[in-house]
Ligand binder design. Structure first.
Ligand code: NDP
Length: 302
């Protein structure tokens, strides 16, 4: 992969980690597409902010309409980027949505909606961009995971945790399947940042009105307690920009040296420890079955 300026698309980049990373990557000299949905409606102000930032800093920060819930939208965004920028080097799977509440209270359809955004959204994007990355024989797929999929798991966040675990699992399998096309994979794993993004503010809830009260009798105020205790655990210097910095560091690392997984977890919920074992087992097993070359592009077949 060319280690100079890259063309990068970040999904869900109107707020939070995505917006910060888009700006940091643009300042680092890359052409960055901050992809957002509803760019002419609800997110029009975010588009204007990005434009203002680009002109204030003289950087190549652009926006593109992209709703991860729609294959049509994802395909159109990909076509726009390829036509405008003439290529694409890095895709950042960042769009996500959290819900909170007792697990039983979510209808299957509500659970499906959480998977749709956090899991199936990445598949829509991959099916649009990977043919291009495979054809050019280089690229980076950077997934924004979550420590929740392997670290300490507080209750009332199950649909989101399950979706992020599914996304992580997809990322791990994809990594091996893309390596022989020269495509690298990195998973940036943030811990809980209760401020500085819209993650907790915009979190959804189950719509039904019978199960929740039954749980409230035994677990009164639990959700607020969980959020509060997570916030209390965070050290004073925990800053969301650490996640953007980690994303920049991965993108800027030379081809072949990018880490498979990077944790940014000021709370230290234990995910890093579990992932270290899981990723080691994966590497050992692929090696045992003679597929060590799938661990990263450029690794010699065993
Ligand atoms: P934000 O809510 O600020 O960012 C999420 C972004 O995703 C929003 O801008 C949202 O846009 C966008 N999005 C949601 N649905 C769609 C969609 N259908 N199409 C396109 N964009 C969509 O929170 P964060 O910055 O915290 O979240 C970014 C990523 O980080 C997520 O994947 C999240 O799971 C992950 N993460 C967050 C942690 C935290 O504690 N903050 C911890 C670990 C991981 P819109 O406003 O239009 O809905």
């Amino acid at each position: 992969m060319n280690d100079t300026a890259k063309t990068i698309v970040i999904t869900g980049a109107g707020s939070g980690f995505g917006a910060l990373a888009a700006r940091s990557l643009a300042r680092a000299g890359h052409t960055v597409y901050a992809a957002m949905r509803d760019t002419t409606g609800r997110n029009a102000d975010r588009v204007a902010d990005a434009r203002a930032y680009a002109s204030a800093y003289g950087v190549d920060l652009r926006t593109v309409e992209l709703d991860v819930l729609s294959q049509e939208s994802v395909d159109a965004a990909t076509a726009t980027v390829l036509a405008e920028a003439g290529g694409l080097d890095v895709i950042v799977h960042n769009a996500g949505h959290m819900v909170t509440g007792p697990t039983e209270a979510f209808t299957p359809e509500e659970l499906m909606a959480v998977y749709d955004t956090n899991v199936l959204g990445t598949q829509r994007v991959n099916r649009a961009v990977l043919p291009h990355l495979r054809a050019q024989r280089h690229g980076l797929v950077l997934w924004i995971g979550s420590t929740s999929s392997r670290g300490g798991t507080p209750p009332y966040l199950a649909p989101y945790f399950a979706a992020k675990a599914a996304m992580d699992s997809l990322a791990v399998s994809y990594a091996a399947e893309l390596a022989r096309f020269g495509i690298e994979t990195s998973i940036v794993v943030p811990g809980s940042f209760t401020t500085g993004t819209n993650h907790f503010v915009t979190g959804g809830h189950p719509s039904e009105r019978t199960v929740v009260p039954a749980y409230e009798e035994r677990y009164a105020g639990l959700m607020d307690q969980v959020a509060l205790r997570l916030a209390e655990l965070a050290p004073a210097d925990a800053d969301v920009s650490q996640v953007a910095d980690a994303i920049v560091a991965v993108v800027n690392a030379p081809y072949g040296t990018r880490p498979f997984r990077v944790h940014v977890d000021p709370v230290n919920d234990g995910s890093e420890e579990v992932s270290r074992v899981a990723d080691r087992i994966r590497a050992e097993f692929l090696t045992r079955i003679g597929l060590a070359d799938l661990l990263a592009p450029g690794v010699a077949p065993s």
